[in-house]
Structures are given as C-alpha cells and as structure tokens.
Design a binder for this molecule. Structure first.
Ligand code: DQA
Length: 137
C-alpha cells in the first residue's frame, strides 16, 4: 500500500502555530510515529506553502499511488486549481483537517476538494491523519 500525506500552507509550523487549535507536536514527530505504527505501509510525505507545487505533486503521485491524504489547509477553502487537480487524477484522495473546520469560521465550511474526495476526516487533531491511513487499509 503506497500512500502519501500532502500538507499545504502553514502546516510546516505545526507545534508552534496556534497550539491550542493545532496541538504542540511537530508534523515530523507525528510522521515518525505513523511510520512506526504502520511499518508495512509505503508512506510518503510532502509539504508546500505554494499552491502550484501542491498541484504538481498531486499530478506526480495521482496515477500510481494507492491513496492520497490531503490537508490543503487554507487552500481547501479557496483553490479551484487544487480542486480540479483532485478531480483530474485517478488516485483516491481523503481530505483531512486537524481542527473541526465546521465548528470554526464560516469561510472554513467551504471545500473545493470535498466534492471529489473519497471522504473527509476533520476534527480529531493530529489523529485525523491516522484515521485517514486506516480508511485506506
Ligand atoms: C486546517 C484547517 C484550515 O481551515 C486552516 O486554514 C489550516 C489547517 C486543519 O488542519 O485544521 O491551515 O486544514
């Protein structure tokens, strides 16, 4: 099972950024824990703050990976381009959010990814990523 976690803008600051919302753990720590928990999963990771780089990565992995776990962060709510990329690739995408976006500001209730995602997991903290892996297994 070949999976990739793709994280969008500002998620490189996890651990430092608004820890009351996003937790005090860096993503690198969480990623290592996931690799240890799922040793048989061929797990990959990519993060970018740049919309076009996220689209390029979706194109690269979107025809031969088994699954994509995508937290497009703020671009979830704004990016027609990322939404179109998710629509155009073959690999199923699970949309993930650390926070419960539906319990926050109204602009976070919109997703350009969800209409073409296999499913959406939001609000379980960093464990949202683990639940997304489980959904593919
Ligand atoms: C987020 C929620 C988004 O609304 C926000 O812009 C993020 C992180 C989350 O994981 O909870 O950067 O995707």
């Amino acid at each position: 099972m070949k999976l990739i976690i793709i994280n969008g803008p500002n998620l490189n600051l996890l651990g430092k950024r608004e820890p009351h919302i996003y937790g005090a753990t860096t993503f690198e720590e969480s990623y290592t824990a996931l690799q240890n928990k799922y040793p048989t999963v061929d797990l990959h990771y990519f993060q970018s703050n740049i919309e076009g780089e996220l689209i390029d990565k979706l194109h690269q992995v979107g025809f031969d990976f088994d699954g994509i776990i995508l937290n497009a962060a703020a671009y979830t709510h704004t990016s027609v381009g990322i939404g179109d990329a998710v629509k155009g690739i073959e690999t199923p995408v699970v949309e993930v959010h650390i926070s419960n976006v539906h319990a926050r500001e109204e602009f976070r209730h919109v997703s350009f990814i969800a209409p073409n995602a296999k499913g959406v997991i939001a609000g379980f903290g960093i464990k949202s990523y683990q639940l997304a892996i489980e959904s593919f297994l």
